[in-house]
Design a protein around this ligand. Structure first.
Ligand code: PMP
Length: 417
């Protein structure tokens, strides 16, 4: 149950204070200053509703799932499966069985690579990714391509940090068996036209994975409308605990795919001569899963739904607009990435100040931003920068917090000249 403003629908921006009250960490100070948390693309903060779900589970509900015939185990199983149904509706998957609980987006991609990819990819085949992928959507494909003698192709990006669709289309060929593309870039904020990309890839006969780690917290995802075969979600970036995420997989693909890991829970029967496997999603959930995490993810989804996409979009759009406007006033600051369609993520560099120094200086003011390559080294290479500073906003951030960041950057400018 939601305690505060998130309970009612049709909230306005003035409800922000009560929304912030849902996030206990936002009340704390760091270095004697109020915390200004602007690193939401790395991980979001967690509302009490999620924290309390974890606490309640461990205090009064803890039992292993799917095995026990006793009350607690049956309850835990029911709650775990209810979280799956909530996730199914959240993504508009056709069936709950199309939703696999995983550790995060990285594991979701590795599952697809290790199971689907390994079973279909042959020497001479191609996997197409984009030049703005997170390392999690590059390295697993590289490992697979090297192992089977396939080729990893990369659709280029442009100076705005967008993915030109015609170039993407040109990179597709009859040899392209798999396309793996990010929905929203974590280092540039770019929102890719994934529906169009999926449709082009499918026309050319490829199976498509969309990395939705940065999209699911910011926009309503509809996997059926996107038409993709796989979609990955990172729980900890959408107000849920770390160590839990989702893989959506189209039913018939999951049915046909071999297991990713072997162990308990993923079998139908085991004999030394031959083992048969459980149907999906159990086939892909070997071992005891992160039960509390799944419940926490369910609570996070409920929270997002009650906050409402309208509120989230309105808040995040105004934060982005304000940040772009105010940051542009800082002398020597240059944005990296300027896509028109973008999420509330802003990457920038400053003349004469390394990104890490920017991060350290603003930290003195209690401001948490990320600095570095953001696990997208090819993006840094493309823009010829070693690193960027990145501010990423969630609906609970305020325009005042943006101003605190901007003031801290202006001070940094004065220190470094
Ligand atoms: N893809 C993108 C675009 C990301 O931003 C991230 C996390 N930074 C990941 C994948 C990996 O997600 P996870 O932490 O859930 O493994």
């Amino acid at each position: 149950m939601l305690k505060t403003a998130a309970r009612s629908s049709g909230r306005t921006a003035s409800d922000i204070r009560s929304v912030r009250d849902d996030f206990p960490i936002l009340q704390r100070q760091v270095r004697g200053k109020p915390l200004v948390y602007l690193d939401n693309a790395a991980t979001s903060q967690k509302p009490s509703q999620v924290i309390e779900t974890l606490s309640r589970y461990y205090r009064s509900q803890n039992a292993n799932i799917h095995r026990g015939v006793y009350y607690l185990s049956e309850r835990a199983t029911a709650d775990y499966e209810a979280a799956r149904v909530r996730a199914q509706r959240f993504l508009n998957a056709a069936q709950p069985e199309e939703v696999v609980f995983v550790r995060g987006a990285t594991e979701a991609i590795n599952l697809v690579v290790g199971s689907y990819g390994r079973s279909v990819l042959r020497s001479g085949d191609e996997v197409l990714i984009s030049a703005m992928e997170h390392h999690s959507n590059i390295v697993p494909w590289q490992i697979l391509c090297e192992a089977v003698g396939a080729r990893l192709r990369v659709a280029p990006i442009d100076r705005a940090g967008t993915l030109p669709v015609d170039e993407f289309e040109r990179a597709l060929s009859p040899r392209t068996k798999i396309v793996a593309v990010v929905h929203v870039s974590n280092s540039l904020g770019t929102i890719n036209p994934v529906k169009q990309l999926v449709s082009l890839a499918k026309e050319s006969g490829a199976v498509v994975l969309v990395d939705g780690a940065q999209a699911a917290p910011h926009m309503q995802v509809d996997v059926q409308q996107l038409g993709c075969d796989f979609y990955t979600v990172s729980g900890h970036k959408m107000y849920a605990p770390t160590g839990i995420g989702l893989l959506y997989g189209r039913g018939e693909l999951l049915e046909a795919m071999p297991p990713y890991q072997g162990g308990g829970e993923m079998i139908r029967s085991v004999a030394f001569e031959k083992t048969t496997y459980a149907p999906p999603p159990a086939k892909f959930e070997a071992g005891t899963p992160h039960i509390a995490g799944a419940l926490g993810l369910g609570a996070a989804i409920e929270y997002i739904e009650q906050i409402g996409w309208g509120f989230i979009h309105e808040r995040e759009a105004s934060l982005l607009e304000h940040a772009l406007e105010r940051l542009a006033t800082v002398p020597g600051l240059r944005f990296v990435g300027s896509a028109r369609e973008r999420a509330s993520v802003v990457s920038f560099v400053m003349d004469g100040i390394h990104a890490h120094d920017i991060g350290t200086i603003v930290d003195q003011e209690g401001v948490a931003i990320r600095t570095g390559h953001h696990c997208t080294q090819p993006v840094m290479d493309f823009f010829r920068v070693p690193a960027t500073a990145r501010a990423s906003f969630a609906f609970y951030n305020t325009l005042d917090e943006v101003d605190v960041l901007v003031r801290a950057l202006q001070e940094a400018r004065e220190v470094f000249g």
